[in-house]
Design a protein around this ligand. Sequence first.
Ligand code: PAF
Length: 278
Amino acid sequence: MLTFNSPEKLQKWALARRAEGKRIGLVPTMGYLHEGHLSLIRKARKHADLVVVSVFVNPIQFGPNEDYAKYPRDEKADLAKCEAEGAAAVFLPTPATMYASDASTRIRETVLADRLCGLRRPGHFEGVCTVVAKLFNLAQPTVAVFGQKDFQQAAVIKRMVRDLNFPVKILVAPIVREKDGLAKSSRNTYLSTEERRNALGLSRALALAKQLVAKGETSAKRIGAKMRSELERNGLVVDYVELLDAATLDPVAKVVKGNVALIAAFDGKTRLIDNTLL
Ligand code: PAF
């Protein structure tokens, strides 16, 4: 497995592989890899000849009071996991090599990014789109794989790819959960024992939404209210509960098959997100 720290060297390598006719699959990550990330690598391997995993805690997608400094990092373990999953290369740049000190170009998606997490985290999706566009230019992927856990992120990136004609197919891999239902996330490491117990409120609220829909409930208002109660019953502070059209992320009044239920909630100081297709 190759490792690259230099953006230029990765790009040179990727262009040479593409010239040989190889399909490259990109899995962009912020590292501290767990089973969810590994499922993305496996999916990428099915659709590409060579898989590149990027491991980069992207400073420009964090707000000033967010967890950039304490975001968990474990480069050695990440490299071992990528190697075990058959990645061809891992890209581990530094902020200084990714962003010139006078970098002044950003990519902003202006509709899907300005709601949900985008409202609570101003500039977040601009940081995500900018780094993902750079990663596309560097790794030259034919496919890139993102997790459904970050549902809004995947929607924003698909829109960016469509709008800017990136020659990349975006694949979305299902959420990987712990046995008890908690969606895997690097941020779960922040949770105390009690918070870890309370965190189950998210998957419980989503399961409740599914049950209600299965029983014939269609009112987004009623489903949303019950989901909120379930989150609060588990000691969580609701940031948002939304029932939306999965493609446009527009709110729905009447829930139909294929809509998505999305949650963001604070578990102590940690903000957790989760979602399910209904
Ligand atoms: O989902 C993430 O881990 C990040 O937002 C991403 C896509 C790697 C961009 O930094």
